[in-house]
Design a protein around this ligand. Sequence first.
Ligand SMILES: [Zn+2]
Length: 328
Amino acid sequence: MSEDVEVLTPAEVVQAQLNKFKLSLDAEIPYRLATVFAKISGWGAKGEIKRRVKLIHQIEPTLKKMLLPKEEVLYVAKGTQSSTTEMLFMGTYWAAVLNQTVFVLTNLRILMLRSKSNGEPTHTFWVLYYSEIDLFQPNWMGALKLKTKDGKNVTFTGFPKLDRKAMPAIFQDALDNYRKLNFHPTVSQSRENLCSHCFQVVPKDRYVCRNCGSDFWTPKELALRSLIFPSWGDFCMKHYHFATVELIGYVISWWWAIRILTRAIPGEGWIAVGLIFIFAHPVDAILTYSVAKKGLSPRHGPDAARALAEQSADVDDVDDELLEAEEA
Ligand SMILES: [Zn+2]
């Protein structure tokens, strides 16, 4: 009698490991286990699996609302996406804190969820279709460089080494499948903003969701607030930690100016006051603008009337475009 040799598929091997460590993932989310867990054996595998599951658990409630029918999760990792302006004005530390982002590579697209440092999503989300990416590669400094179709260079940093190694290969597979399907979704910009409430795309330069009617602060509104009172715009964006630190710094600079005014030479005090208005206010406005420009900051929740108004605004835009096309 021959004995059946049980051959496990890669996904079953991962599942066996998860069972062994008494870990489980949400059964309603389709995960491709073999790619989600890039390392399942050898030194450090247990810690790595546990870390990954912990991160996935943070995003599962949100992810469930974001996924489309038949969309499968290929990989989940956390990194940061900071711009040079941010690193220059707020320092690498705060730029990294404010830009923690969980990346979810699916068979259809890359979802990005801005998060707290433990991976819990906050309120800013993006989608990037693979067809919008020209180049996706790790560089020698350990960053992932991404060049998009609309000519933007985005650099992601802060990924653990394992993720930097695993992500480009998964990305390449997804892209190859994409090319076979000839799937090129239309977009208003390569990295699209998603509504913080219903996760539908909110097109470029739009600040109302036409699906649910939620609205968002425009970068100008936020920058103006920071110009009037530093940290105001940051409070509106709900970056409370950063805004508080900024507020403390602002108060200290006034205390310093008033001290000089009352104690020593009033002339120097007035220079100090002038410096606050010349530097602190505009610098925070510029910084707020650059942070706000990157993604949506929710202002009011869903509203049916606002959604309808936004839909008719869309129709007007199309009418204008048609008119222009006819005149040309
Ligand atoms: Zn919405």
